[in-house]
Write a protein that binds this ligand. Sequence first.
Ligand code: HEM
Length: 403
Amino acid sequence: MTADLATVDLADPQTFLDADLHELFGRLRAESPVHWNEPRDDRPGFWAITRHADCVTAYKDNERLTSERGNVLSTLLQGNDSASGKMLAVTDGERHRAVRKLMLKSLSPRLLGAVAEQVRARTFGLVRDAIARGECDFATDVADHIPINTIGDLMDVPAADRPRLVEWNNRTLSRISSEDSEMDEWLARNEILLYFTDLADQRRRKPGDDVLSALANGLVDGQPLAEDEVVFNSYSLILGADESSRMSSIGAIIALAQHPEQWRRLKSGEVGVETATEEVLRWTTPAMHFGRRAVADVELGGRTIRDGDVVTMWNTSANLDEEVFADPTRFDLARTPNRHIAFGFGPHFCLGAFLGRAHVGSVLEALRDEVAEIRVPGPGTRLYSNFVHGYSSLPVELVPEPR
Ligand code: HEM
């Protein structure tokens, strides 16, 4: 039991390993829905919003709650994001709308239909290989190879470079353990930026029909993007695409192993893959929070957020809000409607939602069609993060469907 909410620290990655998150967020929603997380050591305090309706309100209020000073705790608490105004997720206003439009041209569902088909074929291949081995690590043998190859194909990243990018992604967003230092995160981020500086340069000289060439050569208001805008947006695509989809897929297999009755509903066709995908996204919510900085006083949930304060929206909690979801702590693959905010809300709503859904859906479909039984013998290794919820390793046994 969480004794005193005033002692809870949502910036500390250890909190997410130690606490029962259903219980912790349930108490925050009930007792302190717009909660002041006290400052610790040399780190400032911040607001934590935990109800669905308040999170949606905050996500929509992009004028008073800006992304331009960071959009996750790690940068917000430092005071700034070095990519501010250059990377879509930390740019607001007119520039955000214009660059988002350019990027959406390459990522619209209409263009991605064929890509979704490739995702499906690749996932079926990986799941069949895992079955043939009998035992596998679902994180490193299956999930790690799905999204990086989709976004890698879309950006035409050479196949040999992709494992390095997954490793840097892991170190940038979420440490594998408390042993890893902040310096490791910083170095990994720089590796990715340098990598895309080189690749963007090549695409400027010799454009292809990939997303990176579109960024490197596209025009906004008649002008090409600045070099650092191209590099930061490439970074955000590779990171955004890879980490969250992987974590949802790994979370899906755990949830299915823990809820055999739901697994049977998927297997029997009683629940369709599209509906099940939404519940897996709600249940796993890989991006636990996003955040903003107030640039004016804002009244929310009876509290006054002051100009300059850091505000975080806890998607994990909003997706468990009893005001929106009946019986929210029940994993129910048939849940409809399912108004989860795993992809955020409002102007910064996830640009890759279609691909994220395609990744998770392909895993569910491959498991349904190829696997008779899922066994998860151990707890797996959780990431050490206040941002990404998920696993770096998960040993599983996949029993094949008899042919
Ligand atoms: C299950 C998978 C995914 C989840 C849960 C997820 C979650 C999110 C969330 C919550 C946001 C909102 C950030 C904010 O409000 O500050 C976001 C934005 C974004 N996501 Fe995703 N994402 C996923 C997959 C992807 C994929 C596959 C891509 C790339 C193809 C991607 C690229 C982006 C980008 C570029 C933004 C910034 C959009 C903007 O600021 O306008 N994401 N994502």
